[in-house]
Write a protein that binds this ligand. Structure first.
Ligand SMILES: Cc1ncc(COP(=O)(O)O)c(C=O)c1O
Length: 439
């Protein structure tokens, strides 16, 4: 049985030599096998050290003081620096994005503003296999408004025996429940299957029924090209610790379309302000008067006005270097490589064996490059996962698993090479066949 690849190492190295993004790999620390086993840390990060220095030599004045040689802004303006770098990554105006909170907290903040149920129209459409946190957040919002989640959660499941959902199917569910639906929450890329949804079409369809729609972009941001502003998306939230590399629990992102972020003076002469209702806190308030400590909330226009508490300057220090890397290229360039390298990985994984033996796994992710990002979800034959994971760990491969039988492999274009993919296939395929032969 031939399970090694006909696609040669030389060919992978040639593809790497032609890759215009290859130099970015040098900006990353790829854990070695020894690192993964190491009990000690040895490489402190520069940006975090700088934050500590700001704090050490300025204390609370660090909110306002800029240093000539600093790569970080003063604490007060870290949020704006992050928004500026986030905007091109998600296809938004700077005012439409904010670096804040965690993804789940941001979903709650967005629902507090955009989910405004009435007795007749109080349902939320989401997908049946939504990331659990999204499911819990929606469930609790519905209860918070006094409705019954069993009745009010409309779950979209794939049609037929497919792992993925067609756009037509999603649109038909929206049509069916539109009259009683107050809000839609969907993932840009489905975390389990890696399916990229047609955000523009689904958003337009939701709007044709006057339903606000929110996108969970955890797996889409930094992975695929997004045009949140032009697609007229109402609101979105994402974390920065997947393709954006900012580290576990890193500060998250929030998008509110400019049409929803306006702050205007009331025309009735009352001196009051008109703005979208929200759960407010002082960090969403106008910077010019924030430290005057007045009792009246005057929100900053745009997504920044949805901030609540003081944004962690330490968290921003961890985020900015991650975003700067993306701003030195473009999502168009990243996506170009992503499509190529993901296809290459798929070719390696699906290469037939010499003797026609069936593969002990299949790929759940759509094979159409337009309907996926960099992730391939590989579903192993039942019972093989533990053996395969053990072997991968021994070989120093860092991989994500979803029990009982799926691994998610993502050639992140900003730092993964074609050679990485080639090596992965050389390790993974024999392991899968070996596990199969034992089962
Ligand atoms: C699709 C999706 N939604 C929500 C979350 C929760 O994110 P957080 O823990 O930042 O709230 C995650 C985390 O992995 C996720 O993948």
């Amino acid at each position: 049985m031939t399970i090694t690849s006909n696609l040669s190492l030389k060919q992978a190295q040639q593809l790497d030599a032609e890759d215009p993004l290859r130099h970015f790999r040098d900006e990353f620390i790829i854990p070695t096998k020894a690192d993964l086993k190491s009990k000690t840390l040895s490489r402190p990060g520069k940006s975090i050290q700088e934050f500590l220095q700001q704090w050490a030599i300025k204390g609370v004045y660090g909110h306002f003081v800029d240093h000539d040689d600093a790569i970080l802004p003063s604490f007060l303006h870290g949020d704006d620096a992050a928004a500026k770098l986030l905007a091109p990554i998600v296809g938004a105006n700077v005012q439409e994005v904010s670096a804040m909170e965690t993804l789940t907290a941001n979903l709650h903040l967005l629902m507090a503003s955009f989910y405004q149920p009435t007795k007749e129209k109080h349902k939320i459409i989401l997908e049946g296999k939504a990331f659990p946190s999204d499911h819990y957040a929606v469930y609790s919002q519905i209860r918070h408004h006094g409705f019954d989640p069993d009745d009010a959660m409309i779950l979209i499941t794939p049609n037929g025996d497919k792992a993925t959902m067609t756009t037509e199917h999603i649109l038909s569910i929206i049509d069916k429940h539109a009259a009683e639906t107050a809000f839609i929450l969907l993932p840009g890329i489905q975390y389990y299957t890696g399916q990229l949804l047609d955000i523009a079409t689904i958003t337009a369809h939701a709007h044709s029924h006057n339903i606000p729609i929110c996108w969970d972009l955890a797996h889409a941001v930094g992975n695929v090209e997004l045009s949140l502003h032009n697609w007229n998306v109402d609101c979105a939230a994402w974390c920065t610790y997947k393709y954006l590399n900012a580290g576990p629990g890193a500060i998250a992102g929030l998008f509110v379309h400019e049409k929803h972020g306006t702050v205007t003076e009331a025309t009735d002469g009352s001196g009051g302000l008109l703005y979208r209702p929200r759960l407010s806190g002082w960090w969403g308030g106008d910077k010019g008067v924030r430290f005057e400590m007045g009792p009246h909330f005057k929100p900053r226009p745009g997504a920044a006005g949805f901030q609540v508490g003081n944004t962690s300057a330490l968290a921003i220090a961890g985020l900015l270097p991650a975003l700067k890397i993306f701003n030195r290229t473009s999502m168009a360039e990243i996506r170009k490589k992503s499509m190529r390298i993901t296809q290459y990985l798929q070719d390696l994984l699906l290469e037939p064996t010499g003797d026609g033996q069936p593969l002990p796994y299949k790929i759940l992710t759509p094979s159409d490059p337009e309907a996926r990002g960099a992730q391939l979800s590989v579903k192993l034959d039942m019972g093989l996962l533990d053996h395969v994971l053990e072997g991968l760990e021994d070989a120093g491969v860092v991989i994500d698993e979803r029990k009982p039988d799926v691994i998610r492999v993502a050639p992140a274009p900003i730092y993964n090479s074609y050679e990485d993919c080639w090596k992965f296939a050389q390790i993974f395929r024999p392991l899968a066949f070996k596990a199969k032969s034992r089962s």
